[in-house]
Ligand binder design. Structure first.
Ligand SMILES: *Cc1c(COP(=O)(O)O)cnc(C)c1O
Length: 404
């Protein structure tokens, strides 16, 4: 009898414990969508406050070095004998590319939300270095997940991240490159979405990331449109940028979207050729699908798994692309073209030797497409290119490839 009561009591206790645990778990467990909604709410609340805007604009001006100038590339324009080419010099920003624009925004947002750590992945290390820089500046911990293969390949960027005080987590699973670094960083984030925040590297990922990164990058187009109007009294005929995830392109395009007369062109990497598997021309050849928590045109196999993509510019080799670019393609507002590795290398060398500007291989894609179409245009026509970054990081590789 005693024994039976005792067992009953124990079962009862166990049940209560289980119930309590379940209720607690339900309280603690926040669904993925809720977590994203919380980030969105915080962002919407903070973005237009004077405190946030003043701090952001002050850092853009005095830390990044904004506004970046627009340079009339007269030599190359003359040599091509057609349209006049203008460069929005994002390569002159602190850290040498446009990525610092959204990294500072994301780090500031993290601080204003009271987060203690920023998490992210990096492929070639460009996003990692820009984010580690922004986190050092804002005074917040930074943890970057990076594939073991990329760690070996991109040693200078790994060293920079270490110097900047960021923790690097090597990712040894799967491809040991970007795709698995994204999964690893996101899993780490979901373990503690309350005190940490994820900082994505382009206008990709689940809502609200594409919107936030677009907003932070749109400073590029705002400046460029005003600068061009000021010096020319008209807008450029064509506005052009390379497209990987799509952040530097959307940053430049956004302010020009209502200007119907301005043609917008995004340039994708055709790699070793669109007729080979070695390219990353997502909008040109992709089909509708999903990747990393968002829907977009995708380079995927029949089961919907992302294909291994390739570009000579590691910042462009992503099998997906920002959802807004997909919409702009469907609407026909932006035209998406592609250039291959050879054309990219040629533009890289041409801009270096004719203008004394060494571009990032990513940016050289946009320059290459401009070089293709400028000769067919009148010399009264203008092309504005987003020179998204400088080519220091690519110099050794190009010299080796071309046996210089
Ligand atoms: C990362 C990178 C890119 C590609 O990213 P987007 O999000 O497509 O802009 C382009 N240019 C440079 C210099 C980069 O570092």
């Amino acid at each position: 009898m005693m024994k039976a009561v005792s067992i009953h009591f124990k079962i009862r206790l166990g049940y209560i414990a289980l119930e309590t645990y379940r209720i607690l778990w339900d309280l603690i467990r926040v669904s993925f969508i809720e977590i994203m909604n919380q980030i969105n709410d915080a962002y919407e609340e903070i973005r237009n406050t004077a405190a946030f805007q003043d701090e952001l604009n002050d850092l853009y001006a005095n830390y990044v070095g904004r506004p970046s100038p627009i340079y009339h590339a007269k030599n190359i324009s003359k040599k091509l004998g057609g349209a006049q080419i203008y460069l929005k010099r994002e390569d002159l920003n602190h850290t040498g590319a446009h990525k610092i624009n959204h990294c500072i925004g994301e780090a500031l947002l993290a601080k204003h939300m009271g987060k203690t750590k920023v998490l992210a992945e990096t492929g070639a290390g460009q996003h990692g270095v820009a984010l580690a820089t922004a986190c050092a500046l804002v005074g917040i911990d930074c943890e970057i997940h990076m594939g073991e293969i990329d760690i070996k390949k991109e040693h200078p960027n790994v060293t920079k991240m270490k110097i900047l005080g960021c923790k690097i987590v090597p990712v040894s699973r799967g491809t040991k490159t970007l795709k698995d670094a994204v999964d690893s960083a996101f899993e780490e984030y979901l373990k503690d979405p309350v005190t940490t925040i994820y900082a994505i590297g382009s206008v990709v990922g689940p809502h609200p990331f594409p919107k936030m990164v677009r907003d932070f990058q749109s400073v590029v187009g705002k400046e460029a449109r005003a600068q061009f109007l000021e010096t020319h009294n008209k807008l450029p005929d064509i506005v052009m940028a390379c497209v990987g995830g799509g952040s530097n392109a959307i940053g430049l395009f956004t302010e020009f979207l209502p200007d119907d007369a301005v043609e917008l062109v995004g340039v994708e990497p055709a790699g070793k050729g669109l007729d080979t598997p070695d390219h990353a021309a997502t909008l040109t050849l992709g089909t509708k699908g999903a990747i990393h928590g968002f829907k977009c045109y995708n380079l995927q196999d029949n089961e919907g798994n992302p294909l291994p993509v390739y570009s000579i510019a590691s910042g462009l080799d992503y099998p997906g692309v920002g959802p807004q670019h997909c919409l702009l393609k469907d609407l026909g507002r932006v035209r998406y073209e592609s250039v291959d590795d050879k054309e990219c290398l040629n533009a890289f060398m041409e801009l270096s030797r004719v203008e004394g500007i060494i571009p990032a291989l990513e940016s050289a894609h946009a320059v290459a497409y401009a070089m293709k179409i400028a000769p067919e245009m009148g010399s009264d026509k203008t092309i504005l290119i987003n020179l998204s970054g400088r080519g220091d990081k690519d110099a050794d590789f190009v010299a080796q490839t071309l046996s210089l």
